[in-house]
Design a protein. Sequence first.
Length: 181
Amino acid sequence: MSGEMFYAADEIEQIAINLFYGWGYNFYKVENQLRADDQMVRSKASWLLGEAATAVSAAESDYRREFLPAPTRAKPFPDAEAVASAQKLERLHHDLVAIEQFLHQLPAPANDRMTQRYRLEAPTLANLLHFDSLLVGQCELMRKSVTGVDAQTILKALPDLEAGIAAIRSTLHDREAVLMN
């Protein structure tokens, strides 16, 4: 039978293992699973913040439509309080987008000899996963707080939302500290 070499499981498996090692990757290692988990969790946290930012942006648009109409001769200038409120919503949206973008570029510890010389990779990744799961919880709370509510509700909850953003930034700072140690 021609092509028998393609059915020799032991030889094919050895070729695959050699390729994996040559590529510097062995998907059966715990460290690689933890690194993949870390990346997946951060992408989900980023997605949650993107959803929150979209909800705030929609609420801001609705608010501007309702409270900042086009100028007329009778009222050429918009209400200063309405402008300030719209700017608060815009700032909240900007903060959420900034954190979302920051999440995309967060590093996982490198898998190189210098890193391995100074730290054990698996415990570091497990520690990062702790911070990342905290981060996902915070991002979900943020998303729930702003999704499906109107701009007035968001404005009333703004101190809590700003505290939530500060908590997310604090978690990100603590996560970075793990990689610096």
